[in-house]
Design a protein around this ligand. Structure first.
Ligand code: ADP
Length: 320
């Protein structure tokens, strides 16, 4: 269907994922090349649900960069916000699936093309046409992409877009935990919708309690919706006027990669054309139930992009 444009800003990369868990990539019998990068996952989550999205970021002018641009295109994501860097390569992540189910990453970002996006390379016309501007924070770490990120946000905001932020904390990418916290908090008050995971909430507050008081300590006056995702337990939501929790779904989880991005994509799809949802608790709870269902379905298949659901998949989980 139609609908306002959701723009997703940041990086896209390739994850090299071993075919078995409990060993490093070097010891694995084989590996898969899985396209990823949270902002790109969100863009595809949106189109798979029938919404309209565009990805804004930089890829290497190499085999991997063109492969990733092709995947966005196949999935109906607008590509006129993509630029290609002729000098630097596309970012790569080498993943270890630990026996306990957690993932460890080693990155090729040296620097990778995504970090070299310059403010003057932004497609401002595209950015001005967005109804929602969504971003993750990896592009805040270094110049020039930090300036490009801040400029894109400013342009989108001036044009009236809703700003949505998911910090996507990947600690190994930051020089230090302190710097990660500082950079995340430096743009905190620009966002009107923020989603963090329970792990990120603990990291950002320094508290080991995931409760309302801890969550509300991160509230800022311009915020319209603050979400804390709780894995299989669903999510908590906070607005100026009400707060509560929406339970998750029990599914057969095989790989949680992309669950948070799927959740965000679903949420943005449901609010892009009608932000009054954010002021109506009953409707917001319906939307969050839908987003929880999307996140849950995404954990039932390997990888992020292949596991993102279409609307029909979600409806069948919701209505049996
Ligand atoms: P992130 O992927 O950002 O770490 P979460 O793991 O909290 O975030 O997942 C986001 C959402 O996806 C959750 O709020 C929940 O709705 C859904 N989800 C995640 N993991 C599971 C799971 N194991 N079973 C069911 N739903 C899940």
């Amino acid at each position: 269907g139609a609908g306002g444009l959701i723009l997703s800003f940041g990086e896209m990369l390739i994850d090299f994922v071993p075919t078995v868990s409990g060993v490093s990539l070097a010891e694995a019998p084989g590996f898969l090349k899985a396209p990823g990068g949270a902002p790109a996952n969100v863009a595809i989550a949106v189109t798979r649900l029938g919404g309209r999205s565009a990805f804004v970021g930089k890829l290497g002018d190499d085999e991997f960069g063109h492969m990733l641009a092709g995947i966005l295109k196949e999935n109906g994501v607008r590509g006129d916000g993509i630029t290609f860097d002729v000098g630097a390569r596309t970012a790569l992540a080498f993943v270890t699936l630990r026996a306990d189910g957690e993932r460890e990453f080693m990155f090729y970002r040296n620097p990778s093309a995504d970090m070299l996006l310059k403010p003057e390379e932004l497609n401002l016309e595209l950015i001005r046409s967005a109804k929602v501007f969504h971003y993750g924070s990896i592009s805040l770490i270094v110049e020039p992409c930090r300036s490009a990120h801040l400029r894109a946000m400013e342009v989108a905001k001036e044009a009236g877009a809703l700003l949505s932020y998911d910090p996507n904390l990947r600690l190994p990418l930051w020089p230090s935990a302190e710097e990660a916290r500082e950079q995340i908090m430096s743009i905190w008050e620009k966002a009107e919708v923020i989603k963090v995971s329970d792990v990120e909430l603990e990291f950002l507050t320094g508290s080991d309690k995931v409760d309302d008081e801890t969550a509300l300590s991160l509230w800022h006056p311009g915020l319209k919706l603050f979400l804390v995702t709780l894995g299989e337990k669903g999510c908590r939501y906070y607005t100026k006027n009400f707060h509560g929790a929406v339970e998750g779904f029990h599914v057969k989880t095989v790989d949680t990669t992309g669950a948070g991005d799927s959740f965000v994509g679903a949420l943005l799809c449901k609010i892009v054309d009608d932000q009054s949802v954010l002021e109506d608790e009953a409707r917001l709870r319906e939307v969050l139930k839908f987003a929880n269902a999307c996140g849950a379905i995404t954990t039932t298949k390997k990888g992020a992009i292949p596991a993102l659901p279409a609307e029909a998949d979600v409806l069948s989980l919701l209505h049996g």
